[in-house]
Design a protein around this ligand. Structure first.
Ligand code: C2E
Ligand code: CA
Ligand code: CA
Ligand code: CA
Length: 279
């Protein structure tokens, strides 16, 4: 039994070493990725429920890792948050979004606001507001064409500091929305204290909308309360016509999900905007 225990232990440490080595390799590749131009923004439309036209595009980061293909953010954003690289990379995403928006404008496409995700770590960085201002100045973008999405959980951390930063961003004319709403145990009434214009109902409540009367009741309540607080509502993760029909009947204004489009690279996003103009 003792020998077996030792074998298990050896097996365990080997696995630990492998995991640590993989973690280290991931981290060092990530450190070089920005300079090597391996990040790319993808775009997913948020549509107006009544007209089914593109209303906003959310910018979602992808990492084109050599010999590994396209890496999704869930497998590297948490690490970027942990080691602070989200600060320069988040700034890069914001700049790319503004440049893209200006390029589409120059191409004569009907302007579409772009929504950029902001992580909690970026709020803790002293230079955030200044770097946003610099990007606005350098790209010449109209601030009303940019939105920031902040998760409910991020808002709840460091309350007063976050509130002050959000106030300054709002004063610049950039709109703010609450991401993943409903997962963070806060109340809409409390969130009303933040200068937020839009909430995005988390996909968890949309997934079983057709099957679950409870989820339908929760979503209806969120929509009703946001209406009375004059907040716009987006339903995330809409995948079926059934979900779409229910949301539409409940008076939800906007929806995002695979039913309309997956997140797509720049060129495909451009096609969506061209088709939007033709429609
Ligand atoms: P999120 O901000 O909640 O973004 C929505 C996620 O849901 C995206 O995953 C999107 O592809 C996915 N999604 C959209 N529609 C559907 C649907 O109908 N069904 C399903 N199953 N999923 C859908 P993605 O692109 O993998 O991004 C994951 C998360 O990574 C994002 O969640 C966001 O928290 C983070 N992220 C992505 N880009 C950035 C970024 O530039 N900066 C920061 N800080 N975080 C980012
Ligand atoms: Ca988001
Ligand atoms: Ca979300
Ligand atoms: Ca999320």
């Amino acid at each position: 039994a003792k020998a077996a225990g030792r074998n298990n232990y050896q097996f365990f440490t080997q696995k630990m070493n492998l995991a640590a080595a993989q973690h280290f390799e991931l981290e060092s590749s990530l450190r070089g990725a920005l300079a090597l131009g391996q990040f790319e923004p993808h775009f997913q439309p948020i549509i107006d429920i009544t007209t089914r036209r593109v209303h906003t595009m959310e910018v979602l980061l992808r990492w084109r890792r050599p010999s590994q293909g396209l890496v999704m953010p869930d497998s590297f954003i948490p690490l970027l948050e942990e080691n602070g690289l989200i600060v320069p990379i988040g700034e890069w995403v914001m700049r790319r979004a503004c440049e893209q928006s200006m390029e589409w404008l120059r191409m004569g496409l009907e302007p579409v606001p772009l929504a950029v995700n902001l992580s909690p770590r970026q709020f803790m960085h002293r230079g955030l507001v200044e770097s946003i201002q610099r990007i606005l100045d350098e790209t010449g973008i109209d601030p009303s064409m940019i939105e920031f999405e902040i998760t409910e959980t991020a808002l709840m951390q460091h309350g007063e500091h976050t509130m002050e930063i959000l106030g300054r961003i709002n004063a610049m004319g950039i709109r703010l929305s609450i991401d993943d709403f409903g997962t963070g145990y806060s109340s809409l009434a409390y969130l009303k204290r933040f200068p937020v214009k839009k909430i995005k109902i988390d996909r968890a409540f949309i997934k079983e909308l057709e099957e679950s009367a409870e989820d339908r009741a929760i979503v209806a309540a969120i929509i009703a309360l946001s209406d009375s607080l004059q907040l716009s509502v987006v339903a995330e993760g809409v995948e079926t016509e059934g979900q779409y029909a229910l949301l539409r009947a409940q008076g939800c204004q906007y929806a995002q999900g695979y039913l309309f489009s997956q997140p797509v690279p720049r060129v495909n996003a451009q096609n969506l905007l061209e088709r939007r103009a033709a429609a």
